[in-house]
Write a protein that binds this ligand. Sequence first.
Ligand code: NDP
Length: 450
Amino acid sequence: MAFDYDLITLGAGSGGVAASRRAALHGAKVAIIEGSRVGGTCVLRGCVPKKLLMYAAQFGDGLQEARGYGWQVPEAAFDMPTWATAKAAETTRLEGIYRQMLAGSGVQLVEGWARLVGPHTVQVGERQLTARHILVATGGAPVRDSIPGIDACATSDDLLDLQTLPARAAVVGGGYIAVEFASMLARLGVQVALFYRDRLPLRGFDTMLRTAAASALQAAGVDLHPGAAPQRIQRDGGQFLLVLGEDRMLAFPWVLNATGRRPNTAGLGLTLDAHGAVPVDDQGNTAVPGVCAIGDVTNRKNLTPVAIAEGRALADRLFGPGHQPVDLRLVASAVFMLPPLASVGPSEEEALAAGHRLQVFETDFRPMKQAFIGGTERTAMKLLVDADSQRVLAVHMAGADAPEIVQSLAVALTAGATKAHFDRTIAMHPTAAEEFVLMRQPSRTVPSAG
Ligand code: NDP
């Protein structure tokens, strides 16, 4: 059978674009179908605008700190409309670059919403397009039904499009999005209350990081409500009522729903798993021959660089040098709160559960920049070392520059570094990162949980 294309990709987000361009580089005839703007969540509604808002929030801290360093800084106020206009211009610029990159690679962009109507056939509006391979890279979207009434609340998509910030806000959830936005909003002048159902935010992260996150949020003035999940959310005039119990209701003018994301699977007609994701094997194949999937729609590690790596690996397998599996065991990730958190490798709890006997190296200090101005902000670091092999299993850090530092250390861990390699590395002084090579005595040795 002759097909219109070698590959049709559904979704022009980071993963879909990366896979399509790599496939075209290998000589494949490729079309990518997108019903919204080109660029996907990360560029348009996620990582990029979120980090630009984080920079805005960080300048507030910087202005305060500058006074301690001798600068005479007049009172300054944050102007959201200025940020919103600049953000819109920047995402439009980036979208333009994505479009140029697709065109430059010879990938044909088809604008419209796609429906999968057969293993090799896609319907876009009135058109049917066929391909030897179809790649589903449709990403995810905020969950809107986690709590009765939460569908009327804002999501991170809405927040990043605001022209003015509310004076008070409730943030519901304790994951990446909840913590990042609670931290930023508080610095931008919003009175924030954070509601999460565990004892600490960021379930799944190392306890050191979760504790540091709670302390940093509290220091920023966020009103923490651990163990608190609204049973329902009601409209009450212009307000939202968070019903925490029949005798406990709190009213807020604005609520952020940060209770997770769900794969975009409408129109695919594929069998889904219990979480609504498209199940795939370790090569990205779905149960339907000729249909593959990558990124958030598969709900494995929902991070942009993972989707990009999966997309490129898939294109290499289908049209290039062959299968190079993507190793998801040591994926570094960061929570861009202020100060940020970053991790590579398992949490202490996960490492123990996996049967490791651990040497735990920890330090906690007030960084030089803060000590000079009498600031209270701290930096915490942790190395998890397998007591038997001496391999460094994980690096965790809470504090200024944590994502930059941990990204670099992820290379050492990927290369299989042992504690002796860290000890042999000469420190770079004065930095915070040098503490990672100066921790000589374990603070604890912990038997495995097994
Ligand atoms: P997460 O899965 O990280 O967190 C969801 C949060 O919502 C959890 O705290 C969860 O609580 C809570 N929750 C879920 N259902 C309910 C409910 N019914 N009532 C109360 N609380 C509820 O999702 P996010 O939306 O924060 O982020 C989505 C994904 O996007 C992340 O997992 C990550 O992969 C990616 N992301 C990455 C970022 C980065 O790299 N910096 C930034 C933002 C997003 P509990 O823990 O109790 O289950």
